[in-house]
Design a protein around this ligand. Structure first.
Ligand code: GYE
Length: 630
């Protein structure tokens, strides 16, 4: 007989058993929700979202699902990690076990998720990382903002707002900040340091949350009421600040500037419209870009980059309606012929010749009428060519800038003429960071190329007792690849004892330039160099020719490494002369011409599109040389 007490115990047992069964079933079932209307789709994209609390994360899923609605052969499955690293790891396994052909992940924690992402990437499961970049490059594609730039944009706005008289700023940090918050804060404080008339005080929240921000502001009323502006690095934090100011009677007296600028109730855009935020730096969500690239990856299309850095925009009450309009704007490519003026630095290297070939072929394929001019490494001649394109009334101008500075004037002329400019394979530095002067940059990460060159040396040419002496052959003075390949190399060199740069000179990216540097050195010195680091293959091959002519055998008496990974470099590695070449891919014609068509169609362009690159040495040269495209 079952007594009341016994009945209750039996009921509890039944409920617990049912719950345990449900958990077991849930653990086996694919995490999250599948789009049931598309059973039998050709492709499945598994989406692992860090959490579904924050509006923008929900918006990312919505963007992806909306994009998938128009693709019959693609099904989206989503999983909500609820902010837990261990659950996100489990979600990814479940999504893959369910048959996902590609994973899109927005990491709960970019450091703690890096190994899981690397694991699936190395198992040839394509993985697109969103929003928070993981260390290294063990993923298929990263899409997100440059958070340092985001912070700088907020800082520039605050500095301009306070003007020459300056003022007091409170910056809200957290004791446990995400990479994203850390980078934004670094960018913001960097601009504050450039403005001595601004007094900045940092306050620290217990955690990165709206409530922690609220509590801190309420507890710091004396410091806060003296401030002109409070900087909050996310919408979540900003909302807590705004609520605290309201409840402390300081709303409107102390202004707030933040980052994120998401749409949705109590998000950045809302707070600006309501006058509770002075400005927000808005970061696109990236869902549409992620879906477009996921399709290309699943269909093995060429030209998928390594990183797409989304463009962030400063939003105030003055431009918010225009910005919201652009966010929702549809774009359409009418297929018309597009006129493009392209200013190349010259024909200085094999890389450049391969780039010219790629761009010319792609222009034809994309119905683009291309007018290419070569500047013989002269910036003045580039300016002349660009003025010519403006007079011609081309639709778009593309520039590979000889040097990185001094472009504000000519780019302003192009902007005033209503002609957008794309930077190809080399970017520029723009004073005042007026990002409207160049729409996007498509090319390599030269700092990473320099780091990879020195990492290869560290791992393959061990320093012996004495420090190994390095000769550096530099590209054109002032060119971004010269500056950044040099800087990236030094970043690793400075952490690696046993190596020193003994001699450094310009070879201007040409074969003859590299040969001449070595010849002059040998005319004045006995050969005492252990390693030659050349910023491109042409200079390395010129150096090798001169060394051989002087009876100094490369790869025996001296290790030569370079950048570009052209066919000539592979031939030299097969011949046992050049030791290593870091890839810098010139075959970017398709990406450039797709960007041109998207731009003319009205699509919002990313801030940067960074190409995929690897490192090659003699151990693989013979097996790969036949497959090389350039
Ligand atoms: O490395 C070099 C060319 O701009 C990335 O310019 C390009 C560089 C490349 O002359 O060979």
């Amino acid at each position: 007989m079952v007594t009341m007490g016994g009945f209750r115990k039996s009921l509890i047992s039944i409920v617990l058993a049912a719950g345990l069964l449900a958990c077991l079933l849930n653990a086996c079932a694919p995490a999250g929700t599948a789009d049931e209307t598309k059973t039998g789709s050709k492709y499945i994209i598994g989406v692992s979202q860090a959490n579904m609390r924050e509006e923008w994360r929900i918006a990312l899923i919505d963007e992806l699902k909306e994009a998938a609605d128009s693709e019959e052969d693609i099904q989206i499955i989503t999983a909500d990690a609820t902010g837990s690293v261990s659950k996100q790891v489990q979600d990814i396994d479940n999504l893959i076990n369910y048959g996902s052909d590609l994973i899109i992940i927005s990491p709960v924690d970019e450091k703690k998720m890096a190994s899981k992402i690397k694991e699936i990437y190395n198992k040839d499961v394509p993985v697109i990382v969103m929003d928070r970049a993981v260390e290294g490059f063990d993923y298929t594609l990263y899409i997100g903002p440059d958070n340092q730039v985001v912070g700088r944009q907020a800082g520039d706005y605050v500095a301009n707002r306070l003007g020459d008289n300056g003022g007091r700023v409170v910056a809200l940090s957290s004791k446990s900040m995400s990479i994203q918050g850390t980078e934004r804060m670094a960018g913001f404080l960097g601009t504050m340091e450039e403005n001595s008339q601004i007094n900045v005080e940092s306050l620290y929240m217990e955690s990165e949350s709206k409530d922690a921000a609220y509590d801190l502001i309420c507890a710091s009323k004396e410091k806060v009421e003296r401030a002109d502006i409070i900087f909050a690095y996310s919408d979540n934090v900003a909302l807590g600040v705004c609520d605290a100011l309201r409840d402390s009677g300081l709303e409107g007296t102390v202004q707030v500037v933040d980052c994120d600028g998401f749409k949705g109730e109590d998000e950045g855009m809302d707070l600006v419209k309501e006058g509770r935020l002075l400005a927000t730096v808005s970061c696109p969500i990236g869902g549409n870009e992620a879906f477009d690239y996921a399709k290309s990856i699943l269909k093995n299309e060429s030209g998928v980059p390594k990183q797409v850095i989304l463009r962030s925009t400063l939003i105030t009450v003055g431009n918010i309606n225009e910005a919201l309009g652009q966010m929702d704007a549809n774009y359409e490519d009418h297929g018309q012929t597009i006129d493009v003026g392209f200013s190349q630095p010259g024909k200085e290297s094999n890389w450049r010749l391969a780039n010219i070939k790629s761009v010319s072929e792609s222009a034809r394929a994309f119905n683009i009428n291309l007018h290419m001019e070569y500047a013989d490494q002269s910036q003045a001649k580039q300016f002349e060519a660009i003025r010519g394109f403006i007079d011609e009334g081309v639709d778009v101008i593309i520039v590979s800038p000889v040097v990185g500075d001094g472009w504000e004037g000519i780019l302003t002329q192009a902007k005033d003429a209503g002609i957008p400019v794309i930077m190809s394979d080399r970017d520029v530095t723009i004073e005042g960071e007026d990002e409207s002067l160049r729409t996007t940059y498509i090319g390599a990460d030269f700092m990473e190329e320099g780091r990879r060159a020195m990492q290869w040396l560290r791992d393959n040419v061990p320093a012996k007792g004495k420090a190994l002496k390095i000769m550096e052959l530099k590209g054109n003075a002032g060119a971004k690849p010269t500056l950044e390949r040099g800087q990236g190399f030094r970043n690793i060199l400075n952490q690696t004892p046993g190596y020193e740069i003994e001699y450094s000179d310009y070879g201007d990216f040409t074969f003859e330039g590299g040969r001449e540097v070595v010849s002059q050195y040998l005319d004045e010195n006995e050969w005492d160099i252990d390693i030659i680091y050349a910023h491109n293959d042409d200079m390395a091959l010129g150096a090798i020719e001169e060394l051989k002519a002087r009876g100094i055998m490369p790869d025996q008496k001296v290790t030569v490494i370079s950048v570009d990974a052209t066919k000539a470099a592979f031939e030299s590695m097969v011949a046992g002369e050049l030791s290593c070449s870091v890839e810098c891919n010139p075959i970017i014609g398709d990406q450039l011409m797709k960007a041109v068509r998207d731009l003319v169609a009205g699509k919002k362009m990313p801030y940067k599109i960074i190409t995929e690159e690897k490192v090659y040495d003699q151990s693989v040269a013979e097996s790969l040389i036949k497959s090389r495209e350039y």
